[in-house]
Ligand binder design. Structure first.
Ligand SMILES: [Zn+2]
Length: 118
């Protein structure tokens, strides 16, 4: 026997039934969508913040900062929009048009990608 995914009541009827009725189904799906939208919004916020941090530390389009400076500004190294690997195998991490590459001694070189949307 199965229970309604929304309210937990025991379901009577078809074996593949998941909800008591249309109300329970739509409530369940609305909540699911809401939490998925929240997740997307949360990640978008992190990516946007990362981009702003990179841009604010890199007004000239090319600079070097210590990793700690980024962390202090609440940069989150787990989130980026894409990576770019050079022929030599160096990896740039981008948050939209703003990117960085890890250097020795915990420094990062910040770069701006002018041709990003090509
Ligand atoms: Zn129900």
């Amino acid at each position: 026997m199965a229970n309604c995914l929304q309210c937990g009541k025991i379901l009577i009827g078809r074996a593949d039934k998941k909800y008591c009725d249309a109300d329970c189904r739509s409530t369940y799906n609305n909540q699911l969508n809401r939490s998925q939208n929240n997740l997307v919004r949360q990640i978008n916020r992190i990516l946007g913040r990362n981009r702003r941090i990179l841009k604010s530390l890199n007004p000239t389009g090319k600079t070097r900062v210590h990793r700690k400076t980024l962390l202090k500004a609440k940069f989150d190294f787990n989130y980026f929009t894409n990576i770019y690997k050079t022929q030599k195998g160096h990896i740039y991490y981008f948050c939209y048009d703003q990117g960085y590459i890890l250097l020795e001694n915990d420094y990062c070189a910040l770069v701006e990608r002018q041709d990003y949307v090509q």
